[in-house]
Write a protein that binds this ligand. Structure first.
Ligand code: ZN
Length: 384
């Protein structure tokens, strides 16, 4: 029986070992996929550095940016997730993490189905009973079975799409979603000026995605010049800021703001995964701008930092400073409509308008003895 060669790692820091696993039987809803190209992702690197926050079933096969060709297929696997027909010879991509489609998040928060409670990972069948393969694209073939794991998803690639190009579809999708999140939050519009923090693969893909989705100007902050920043410019970044040349946050903020001009960027997207990117990137923005945190492992050393949690929890974190002129009538209207529904006046402790009264009003407020110290120069008028 023919064997399949897969690259496995025994654990963080271990070298890859090429192992042979049995050629699997292909049940009715399964497919065996010959891998044309599989990227090395930052997440893979973090896993190999031991940064993954949970125990992993070492040894296993990494690699989740997969594009390949179906070489064997069960009779009942007839279409991809979008209903496109699948045949032996079809070019496909498979994502690393597929929502189950039936848990609380999948059913009630479909926009956040990436937070699925019981997600499906492909490729766990490639040998090793005790080491299910969570990913597995660094191999000659990968195997999926929708009969066993119905949440598994396959996406057909165009017949003439090079598999190398197809292997970029998974990381690019992360960028598209980031900009769509900003659009839905009202924070990204046609013609906006965008700063991308990071010039790794996600940063470069974000430079392209920003332009395709309507950005007017794109600036990329990262390093090193070769090959990364040079490529960012070839992808359409009008300017790049080299963090090895501008070594302090203050220098980088000044440089970016010089390039952007005006009041700052409309949107900053952190694709750097660097712990200090957030506070720095916020200063690239104009007031009222939007910040998107894409760094999956923003601080791998202390994984619970708030910037990392904003990303992994897929949160909308919104700043809200005071109000605009159009907001004030809302406050007046609510007090009027709800005047009898809440004990508004119990908030207030009244003080007369004299030096002692004003002094006590302030002192009691500072000492939290009152909820709302309120000065009434004309007591009859206050009650009128
Ligand atoms: Zn789910």
């Amino acid at each position: 029986m023919e064997k399949i060669r897969v690259a496995t790692f025994a654990g963080p820091g271990a070298p890859p070992v090429i192992q042979e696993v049995a050629w699997p039987d292909v049940p009715p809803k399964a497919a065996l996929i010959q891998i044309g190209a599989c990227g090395v992702c930052g997440t893979d690197l973090h896993i190999l550095k031991g940064h993954w926050p949970k125990p992993l079933p070492w040894p296993f096969t990494l690699g989740h940016e997969i594009a390949g060709v179906i070489v064997e297929k069960g009779a009942e696997l007839t279409a991809d997730f979008m209903g496109k027909p699948l045949e032996v010879g079809s070019r496909i991509m498979i994502p690393p993490l597929m929502p189950c489609g039936s848990c609380h998040y999948c059913v009630h928060y479909p926009e956040s189905a990436n937070k699925c409670l019981t997600p499906v990972y492909y490729g766990r069948y490639l040998g090793f009973d005790k080491a299910p393969h969570l990913w597995g694209g660094w191999a000659e073939y990968v195997y999926v079975d929708l009969g066993d794991l119905p949440g598994t998803k396959i996406y057909k690639l165009p017949d003439d799409m090079p598999l190398r190009l197809g292997a970029l579809s998974e990381p690019l999708t992360s960028c598209l979603r980031g900009f769509n999140r900003a659009t839905r939050a009202g924070g990204f519009r046609w013609g906006d000026t965008v700063v991308i923090q990071g010039s790794g693969p996600i940063g470069i893909l974000a430079v392209a995605a920003a332009q395709e989705m309507g950005a007017g100007r794109v600036i990329c902050v990262g390093a090193p010049e070769e090959p990364r920043l040079a490529l960012a410019r070839r992808f359409g970044a009008e300017a790049t800021v080299d963090i090895e040349e501008h070594r302090t946050p203050e220098e980088r903020i000044r440089r970016v703001r010089d390039i952007v001009g005006g009041f700052g960027a409309d949107l900053v997207m952190d694709c750097s995964g660097h712990p200090s990117a957030g506070p720095e990137g916020i200063e690239f923005l104009r007031d009222g701008g939007t910040y998107v945190e894409m760094g999956q492992f923003t601080d791998a050393g202390s994984i619970q930092t708030s910037w990392h949690r904003i990303c992994t929890k897929d949160l909308n974190v919104l700043g809200s400073w005071a109000f605009t002129a159009n907001d004030l009538p809302l406050g007046v209207d609510m007090l009027d409509r709800a005047r009898d529904r809440y004990p508004w006046l119990e908030m207030q402790t009244l003080y007369p308008f004299d030096a002692d009264g004003v002094g006590r009003a302030v002192a009691d407020a500072m000492a939290m003895r009152t909820v709302k110290s309120t000065i009434v120069p004309w007591p009859e008028l206050a009650e009128a």
